[in-house]
Structure formats: C-alpha cells, structure tokens
Design a protein around this ligand. Structure first.
Ligand SMILES: *Cc1c(COP(=O)(O)O)cnc(C)c1O
Length: 377
C-alpha cells in the first residue's frame, strides 16, 4: 500500500545528470555570457536531433522566438496573423507586440489543433476584403502534431507562411519527420515544465542559414558591422546564455528517454482509465507520433472534471484544466474568431494529468487509484 502523500507536480524538471558538467565548463572557461561553446553545442545538438537539415538559434524563451519569427515574416502594425485559438497565450501575445492583430481559429476533433476548414474560410474572408494575412501560427498542442499536410497545403495555396509553434512538441513526429521542421519557421521552448528544460529558454528553427543569422543578429541588439556600436535596425536582447545552454546540452543527452517515458505514462493512464465511463483520450491518428508532453483526458462535463481535479488537489496532486482558448480570454475578447465549439468543449471537459518523466510507478498508481475513487464519490 502506498502511504506517501508527497506532492506530485503536473510536469516538473527532470535532469539527466550531465547538465552540471556543462554548466561547470561555462564557469571554468569564464563563458558566462549570451554566447559561447555551450550555445553552439546546444544548437548543433538540436540540429542533429531534428534531422540535420535545419538551423537552430538558441534564444532566451519560446516567446522571444515567436516574436522574432513574426518579425522575420515581415509582420508589422495593422497586419493580420491567423493563430490557433486553442493554445497557451504565449503563441498569440507576440502578434500584439508588433501592433498586428490576431484572428483566432478553432480546432478540429482529431488532433485538437488548427482546423484546416476554418483556416481556409478565414483566409478566403480576408482575401475577399482585400486583406492578405501575413502569417499562420499553428501549434502542436500537448505534443500532438497538427494536420501537417492540410495546413501546409493551404499555406502553399494562398502563399502565407506558417510559424510552427513546437514549444510542446520536441520529439514528436508526423510521418517520421520531426515537429519543428515543417514550418517556414518553427519555435521551441525549454521552460521549466517542458519535455526538456534549460530553466528558461527557447529556440528558433529555420530551413535557411541566412534566416538563422538574421534571427541571431536581431537577438543580439542588431549591431551592424563596425568597430563602434552602429545600428540601422531595432534590436532585442533575446540570445540564450552560455550557462543555461549547458543545461540544454545535458538535457539533449536524455531527450529520447524523456519522450519514451512520457509516452509510457500516457499508455499507463490509457490502459487504466479507458474503462471508466465517459473518459476519453486524444489518440494518435495514422502517421502521428506524439511526445505526450502532457496526458489529457476528457470527462463527461465540467462538474466531473472539477470533481477529479479538486479530489487530486486534496491529495496533494497537481492537475490542470486544458488551455482556455484565446477567443474566450478577456484580453482577446474583441478579436475576430472563427469558431466551431471544439476548443470550448475541450476546455470545459478536459484535464491534464501529472505527466513528468520523473513520475514513479507508485505515483501513477496513486493518481489513478484516486481518480477511480473520485468516480465513486
Ligand atoms: C511554453 C509555450 C510557449 C512559450 O514558451 P516560453 O519559453 O515559456 O516563452 C509558446 N507556445 C506554447 C504552445 C507553449 O506551450
């Protein structure tokens, strides 16, 4: 019998063991700066992981990388950016940093991501009014790839670039190709709760070296080539530190294992909870491989979702409702949205379960036993 009542977090950092070696290297060599061998090393680890044909710029956060991606797509004041509504606010906030306007697009049922049907309708509506949207932000939410073929076909058909928000999807694949390599630009996050972490950090992924170089230029204050400080562009301070990049290098050594364990967590929950009436999961369609960053379940209704969430909370276990769609957020209430009810339903009924790669089998048993008890209340 498991008597412990220790706190179980939704998704907590999980070091592999070699992170401190790389951090110590930064101290030993005095590379305590937003550049240095760990930054280069982490970038090349990521490039290799993604398949070797993309270029990676390590940055201070996923949000910063989305901001730079929008700048590189030429987004500016008055522009329209089509953005998945069912996501974390960081996908959408950078649109507003640039004085552009987000238009929110609802999800489809299979992957819970951007609905190709609504995306096309929104494009056509805008084109009819003589407005060409500047970019599409598509998200692989919870690690599940979006409908890659359909979304990128629309991108090509209407010649609108896709920014692929892969913050939650490092290690996910579609038809054996890595998430982070589909977009005109892609963004990664290494925040504390992501599948690997640098305590805080992000990256911009680009198929072209010159775009990466442009991103690094903007991320390091847009300094022109001159002995003094000369500037002909507005710059940012968005580069990753060589200290935190050391954590990233250590984490890259265990990324495959982290994906495997998160997928195993999902299977554990699925096998245990699938028998409960009214519980359902987002399953992988053919060709989809999710890193299962977070395991999510759908309950019959909000009341049931809250019953389970609060019961777990009473027992010192953190779980969380799914992301509240952007079109329902007070800060974005005035924005145009193309809605079909899918993301609202997911928000009403969905719960993220503890999904860290450092959960023990005892933890998983404790969580699922409590969910069974909550059903009997
Ligand atoms: C975490 C996250 C981000 C932002 O990344 P930060 O590194 O926290 O700035 C962006 N989009 C999604 C979908 C995320 O989950």
């Amino acid at each position: 019998m498991i008597a412990t009542n220790t706190k179980i977090w939704l998704s907590s950092p999980h070091m592999g063991g070699r992170e401190q070696f790389y951090v110590n290297e930064a101290f030993r060599t005095n590379w305590i700066a937003p550049l240095g061998p760990n930054v280069q090393g982490f970038e090349s680890d990521l490039e290799n992981f993604l398949g070797g044909s993309h270029h990676v710029a390590a940055l201070s956060s996923g949000t910063a990388s989305l901001h730079l991606a929008l700048i590189l797509c030429g987004v500016g004041p008055g522009d329209i950016v089509l953005c998945q509504s069912f996501t974390f606010a960081a996908s959408a906030n950078p649109i507003t940093y640039l004085g552009a306007t987000p238009v929110f697009i609802d999800s489809e049922e299979d992957t819970w991501n951007l609905s190709p049907e609504l995306l096309e309708r929104s494009i056509l509506d805008h084109l009819e009014k003589g407005i060409k949207p500047k970019a599409i932000i598509a998200v692989h939410l919870y690690g599940m790839p979006y409908k890659v073929n359909e979304i990128h076909q629309l991108s090509e058909k209407y010649n609108i670039p896709v920014i692929e928000d892969s913050a939650e999807a490092l290690g996910s694949r579609f038809n054996d190709q890595n998430c982070g390599t589909f977009g005109d630009l892609a963004t990664l996050s290494f925040n504390g709760n992501k599948i690997i972490t640098t305590s805080g950090g992000g990256a911009l992924v680009s198929p072209s070296l010159s775009l990466k170089e442009k991103a690094v230029f903007l991320a390091t204050q847009a300094r022109d080539h001159a002995p003094h400080y000369e500037h002909s562009n507005i710059g940012y301070n968005y580069r990753m530190s060589n200290v935190t990049a050391g954590i990233g290098r250590g984490q890259m050594e265990v990324l495959d294992d982290r994906v495997e364990v998160r997928r195993r967590n999902y299977m554990f929950y699925y096998d245990r909870l699938n028998v409960l009436e009214g519980v359902s999961f987002c399953q992988e369609p053919e060709g989809y491989y999710s890193n299962r960053w977070l395991t999510c379940i759908l309950l019959e209704n909000t009341e049931m979702r809250e019953r389970i969430r609060l019961y777990l909370d009473e027992h010192n276990i953190e779980s969380r409702p799914l992301w509240k769609p952007m079109h329902l957020q007070p800060v974005f209430r005035e924005k145009t949205a193309y809605v079909n009810g899918v993301s609202e339903k997911l928000f009403d009924k969905g719960l993220c379960l503890p999904s860290g790669s450092n959960l023990s089998e005892d933890d998983l048993n404790r969580i699922t036993n409590l969910i069974f008890k909550a059903f009997e209340l």
